[in-house]
Design a protein around this ligand. Structure first.
Ligand code: PLP
Length: 408
């Protein structure tokens, strides 16, 4: 049997649907973020990254890099096995304490990624609650959707951020156990969940809450605890989930909550028990990033200021910036091929890297460029971005927003 044909056919389908993904070969330069080297087919070229989820540039912060190097030098590289086999190395214990403190919770539990923490966390929590009904936001990330599926319990989807719909479902569910699962900040549109209202409903109808703060930890709240901290509702949410791979510049995911919830997940979650723990150097680096951002507001303030400036300048040029309440700047394209072409032209002709966001990451017809300004994107880089985008928009015959232009 020719097994290769199955894979070639699968790839052909992606090509036919214009969904085949190509990853740029990039090498970041510590100390010069957002500058990087692109290993292009024609050789090395300097480029500026405009779509990194290392939102605050902490992946190159001297304290974070220093902690990683120091720990690796002192204790070596790997964790030596699952925690069951190798015990818990000390930097991991310190990191879990730091995370519990960040979210004002009794305990936290670390996983190898945010994806695994959602997949394993949601499914394990749900499996431990007899007859639970999961109520899940329609735009939840794939890691949450898979966690909900894996739970193999009843589930209902509420319309995105629609608390009236959520309330209808809560009422219809009656007095059975209910678990509300949502994100605090949705990363493709940059909109924010009405967390206070969701907590009100959860308390009123006796539901447990699980909130993904992956795109908010480090960046929102006075100590970087996320949107829930900013909105003063952190103590009202049962389980907070986050990543160490975005604003904290490292790798790993976690959940934080009451001691018995965390201990039960630790004791039952296959995706935690049967996999090697994160290496000590990564844990130390993440702890350094979290500690730094608990007291330093410079990164958060500058991040917001830069994002606001990018939005203002692109809007003034008539570029179709989609409305966003946060640091995410989505630019509407609405066509998968043009989205890919725009991204290619920006990279090849202007030295700007912004990956295209196409289906299935976003709905068909809403393809976009997702721009993520960091504290380190200077004015000159923003001006260059705007000029390059205007040229690309003209070449691809993409529409500009006339109202903004007329107002100039
Ligand atoms: N949750 C959300 C909302 C995400 O966008 C992502 C994407 O990366 C994840 C979880 C997964 O986190 P990680 O990259 O740490 O696996």
């Amino acid at each position: 049997m020719d097994y290769s044909q199955f894979f070639q056919n699968a790839l052909n389908r992606l090509h036919d649907e214009r969904r085949y993904r190509v990853f740029a070969d990039l090498e970041r330069i510590a100390g010069r973020f957002p500058h990087a080297v692109w290993h292009s087919p024609q050789g090395k070229r300097n480029v500026v990254i405009w779509c990194s989820n290392d939102y605050l540039g902490m992946g190159q912060h001297p304290k974070v890099v220093g902690a990683m190097v120091e720990t690796a030098t002192r204790v070596g590289t790997g964790a030596g096995g699952t925690r069951n086999i190798a015990g818990t190395h000390h930097p991991l214990v310190q990191l879990e304490e730091e995370l519990a403190d960040l979210h004002g919770k009794e305990a936290s539990l670390l996983f190898t990624s945010g994806y695994v923490s959602n997949h394993t966390g949601i499914s394990t929590i749900a499996k431990l609650i007899p007859n639970v009904l999961i109520l899940s936001d329609a735009l939840n990330h794939n890691s949450m959707i898979e966690g909900v599926r894996e739970a193999r319990c009843d589930r209902q989807i509420f319309r995105h951020n629609d608390v009236a719909h959520l309330e209808e479902l809560l009422i219809a569910a009656g007095d059975r156990p209910k678990l509300i699962v949502c994100e605090s900040l949705y990363s493709m549109d940059g909109d924010v969940a009405p967390l206070a209202k969701i907590c009100d409903l959860a308390e009123q109808y006796g539901a447990m809450t699980y909130v993904d703060e992956v795109h908010a930890v480090g960046m929102y709240g006075p100590r970087g605890g996320g949107i829930a901290e900013r909105d003063g509702v952190m103590h009202r949410i049962d389980v907070l989930e986050g990543t160490l791979a975005k604003a904290f510049g490292c790798l790993g995911g976690y959940i934080a909550g009451k001691a018995e919830v965390i201990d039960a997940v630790r004791s039952y979650a296959a995706g935690f028990i049967f996999t090697t723990a994160l290496p000590p150097a990564i844990c130390s680096a993440a702890t350094a990033a979290i500690r730094h951002l608990k007291t330093s507001n410079w990164e958060r303030e500058r991040h917001q200021e830069r994002a606001a400036r990018v939005k203002a300048i692109l809007n003034a040029e008539g570029l179709p910036v989609m409305s966003s309440d946060t640091h995410i700047v989505p630019l509407f394209v609405g066509n998968p091929e043009k989205c890919k072409q725009a991204s290619d032209m920006l990279l090849e002709e202007h030295g700007i890297y912004i990956q295209p966001i196409n289906y299935p990451t976003v709905a068909k017809g809403t393809e976009r460029l997702r721009i993520t300004p960091s504290p380190y994107h200077e004015d000159a880089l923003i001006d260059h971005l705007a000029e390059a985008l205007l040229q690309v928009w003209e070449r691809l015959d993409l529409p500009l927003n006339r109202k903004s232009l007329a107002a100039e």
